[in-house]
Design a protein around this ligand. Structure first.
Ligand code: XIL
Length: 448
């Protein structure tokens, strides 16, 4: 016994993980999404941030997807922040990464009302000047990447919800013909790139998608180069439009390709296993709708990991919208995509959870310092309480980063005012000092 009570015993160094927490990686035997998609004649893509394309993020972006869309790198405000001063660094990097990984690139986007440089939006332009600025922009950017871009989102978000044209710099200055002109200029700069009009809330049959349909029909009848429509698909959990496949089909029947260009499916936080299961079903039904229509050529997710999504900052209270969690573990949604692409998943879809682990970090002859770490994956917490029962008379004397009470052998620790939130993919720890004598067994902890 003496040896156990003096100095650092081996037991003091052992981590007592009361509930083992592991972030499952995609099973090595799982076929990558890009291979499953290829077998169905489809392309599967993701939006990416150039600076992140290393490590696990780079491995997944390159290994799982056959197409990349720069999330921001090709927008006008990024590439020409000051008039005539260009910055192609991130766009070039993404194109080079895609070429190295045998991937397509979707160029995004040439004509939009948002993320334009301030010199452009605050300038006073005649319509002739505006037209020539737009033509130059399109010729320069499309020309720079000629032969390297499979498809361009030439015009982004031209419509209001009721199907009227959105009031923008372009519509107000140039009238609705800015769309036909932009397509014509893009075609002149790269005749091989497929040219798209891209919008949101056009996934189902509704007034907005019907306006897009009528526009495409009109452009085709006029001989304007239009190859496809992009359905962004920023969706809400449980709200995949029932008419998605029918809508894809009606565009296909017009003689254009369809791409799901920005798929994400957000949920009210915190996530839980029920929501993650619904999200799996939703991703599966969107991808299945594309698989069912031969002219639906590409499904692209708008960020593949919850750590690289625009949702959390754009829709407060919502998140967890992508197929991988913030630690790059595949969520049930990942398996929904795989199954819709004909994959049989060899790894059971993980369910989200938050767990607590207790460990002794140092121990001396009468006392010890302990630590509890609460970790969440595929789930999150807004408050927490951890309890355990000591089996050998241990007594807590002091705690930090939690409010702890002990009654007999029963210990209960609740979050402090400032650390109740444990986001999906993150962890929170608290510590304590306690006395012991005789032995110091690790208790089982319960997270409530
Ligand atoms: C988003 C990006 O993901 C964010 O990083 C940025 O702050 C705002 O734009 N529709 C589009 C995309 O066409 O370009 C938008 O991307 C999301 C909505």
């Amino acid at each position: 016994m003496r040896s156990l009570r003096t100095g650092l015993s081996l037991a003091a160094l052992v981590t007592g993980a009361a509930l083992l927490f592991t972030a499952p990686a995609a099973h090595a035997a799982d076929t990558p999404l890009r291979d499953l998609a290829a077998a169905k004649g489809k392309v599967i893509g993701t939006a990416v941030t150039g600076s992140k394309l290393t490590g696990t993020y780079g491995d997944l972006a390159g290994g799982q997807f056959s197409s990349l869309t720069p999330g921001n790198a090709m927008k006008w405000g990024t590439v020409e922040p000051t008039q005539s001063t260009f910055n192609w660094t991130e766009a070039d990097q993404i194109v080079a990464f895609a070429q190295a990984h045998n991937q397509q690139v979707r160029g995004h986007t040439l004509v939009w009302h948002s993320q334009n440089p301030s010199w452009l939006t605050t300038g006073t332009w005649t319509s002739a000047q505006l037209s020539s600025l737009l033509q130059n922009h399109i010729s320069t950017e499309v020309g720079r990447y000629k032969g390297k871009i499979a498809a361009w989102d030439v015009v982004n978000e031209p419509f209001n919800e009721d199907g009227t044209y959105r009031s923008t710099l372009w519509y107000n200055g140039l009238g609705s013909d800015y769309i036909a002109n932009a397509l014509t200029w893009a075609h002149a700069a790269d005749p091989d790139a497929k040219l798209y009009i891209n919008d949101y809330n056009v996934e189902g049959v509704n007034a907005k998608s019907t306006a897009l349909y009528n526009l495409v029909k009109d452009l085709k009848s006029r001989g304007v180069p239009i190859d496809g429509v992009g359905l962004q698909a920023h969706l809400i959990l449980g709200q995949v439009p029932a008419t998605l496949q029918q809508n894809i089909q009606r565009f296909a029947d017009l003689g254009v390709d369809v791409a799901i260009t920005e798929l994400d499916i957000r949920m009210a936080l915190p996530s839980d296993s029920t929501k993650l299961a619904q999200q799996k079903a939703d991703f599966k039904s969107v991808v299945a709708a594309c698989v069912a229509v031969s002219r639906c050529v590409n499904v692209t997710v708008w960020g593949f990991t919850d750590s690289d999504s625009w949702v959390d900052s754009t829709f407060p209270g919502y998140g967890a919208a992508t197929p991988y969690d913030a630690n790059y573990a595949p969520k049930p949604a990942y398996y929904g995509i795989a199954e819709a692409l004909g994959g049989t998943t060899t790894t059971p879809p993980p369910t989200g959870a938050c767990t607590a682990a207790y460990s002794v970090s140092s121990q001396w002859n009468t006392g010890f310092t302990g630590q509890v770490t609460i970790s969440c994956s595929g789930a999150s917490l807004s408050s927490w309480q951890v309890s355990w029962t000591y089996g050998a008379g241990q007594q807590i004397t002091q705690a930090w980063n939690a409010v702890c009470t002990q009654s007999g052998a029963a210990v209960s620790c609740a979050n402090a005012s400032y650390n109740g939130t444990v986001a999906d993919g993150s962890s929170v720890s608290f510590g304590f000092n306690a006395s012991w004598s005789g032995s110091n067994p690790v208790p089982a902890v319960t997270l409530g």
